[in-house]
Design a protein around this ligand. Structure first.
Ligand SMILES: Nc1ncnc2c1ncn2[C@@H]1O[C@H](COP(=O)(O)OP(=O)(O)OP(=O)(O)O)[C@@H](O)[C@H]1O
Ligand SMILES: [Mg+2]
Length: 292
């Protein structure tokens, strides 16, 4: 694990800046420049959730990076994700710039897909129609979108024949989350924003979903921002991990961790992995202790 020099250059603990082999001519996939968000600005209830956030994810051709985001509850993780997604009321930011591929975010777009912790399927639609929903919005014919949706139902480990006709209330938590992932990935977003997507799953299902996500992510070459409270999950999935401070959140550390090139159960047994988890858990414990 090594620390990455933050854009401000103020990280006193920096061990070694990591070289980013990006094409200098390509705009960054995502960039935050001095971003702050104050809710209820101008009212007595004004509250600054995140402050002076600076980072960028370089565009590396053919590779999508996986960024894990960790931090104490209420430090602004969801706020950051929803600013990238262009979702109100988090969007727009109060100060600074949020850039996607060099252009300011102005609204949600098909280049950014979001997966939430609470399963966001439509209760009155079958698995097939839930997975096909985004394609339907794009005007794709029923036959074409259903063919693609059945393919994705299979790719996320559901049974395309039997599960396609089920409604969300007939699915387990893990199955619902598979539907949510298929619904997002079918649109092939360039950027995936995942807000504690596996938080409600049991440990075994969670490990399976982590491995599945890594497999699907490799094929799509998407840049993934993944918020979690589970340090092992962030260290396993992430190429990099951002650690946010207590509220108002700002990025305290940016750490390079081992890439997810082995199954999660194998990696969990390695010393380097365990050391990273231990070090980050300590940092987070200190942050929790420093809360009011
Ligand atoms: N719409 C809103 N209006 C006012 N305050 C808000 C709003 N949304 C979030 N906040 C506040 O901003 C802060 C950051 O919220 P956010 O949801 O981004 O935190 P988080 O890091 O995702 O927390 P958790 O880990 O609990 O999900 C919190 O104090 C929250 O109360
Ligand atoms: Mg949150």
């Amino acid at each position: 694990m090594s620390r990455v020099e933050l854009p401000s250059g103020e990280d006193p603990c920096a061990l070694k800046p990591v070289e980013v082999t990006a094409n200098a001519e390509q705009p960054h996939v995502v960039e935050f420049r001095g971003v702050s968000k104050t809710y209820g600005l101008g009212t007595p209830r004004a509250f600054t959730a995140v402050k002076d956030i600076n980072f960028h994810v370089a565009d590396k051709p053919g590779i999508g990076e996986f960024i894990g985001i960790l931090g104490p509850s209420g430090c602004g993780k969801s706020t950051i994700l929803r600013l990238i997604a262009g979702l109100t009321p988090q969007f727009p930011q109060t100060t600074g710039e949020v850039l996607v591929k060099g252009a300011p975010v102005t609204e949600p777009g098909p280049d950014r897909g979001m997966v939430f912790q609470d399963y966001t399927s439509f209760d009155n639609r079958t698995v097939l129609d839930n997975v096909a929903f985004g394609l339907e919005c794009q005007g794709m014919s029923k036959k074409e979108r259903h063919t693609l949706a059945r393919d994705w139902i299979g790719r996320v480990g559901l049974d395309p024949v039997h599960d396609q006709h089920k409604y969300p209330h007939e699915l387990s938590g893990g199955m619902k989350q598979r539907v949510a992932i298929a619904r997002t990935l079918i649109l092939k977003p360039r950027i995936m924003l995942m807000d504690e997507p596996f938080g409600a799953l049991d440990p075994v299902t969670r490990h399976r979903m982590q491995d599945l996500l890594v497999e699907l992510w490799r094929d799509l070459e998407a840049t993934v921002f993944f918020v979690t409270h589970d340090v092992s999950e962030a260290v396993y999935l992430g190429d990099r991990v951002y650690i946010l401070s207590n509220s108002p959140g700002t990025i305290l550390e940016e750490l390079q961790v081992m890439p997810p090139d082995r199954p999660s159960k194998v990696m969990a047994r390695e010393k380097e992995f365990q050391d990273s988890v231990f070090e980050i858990t300590n940092m987070l414990d200190k942050l929790e202790e420093g809360k009011d």
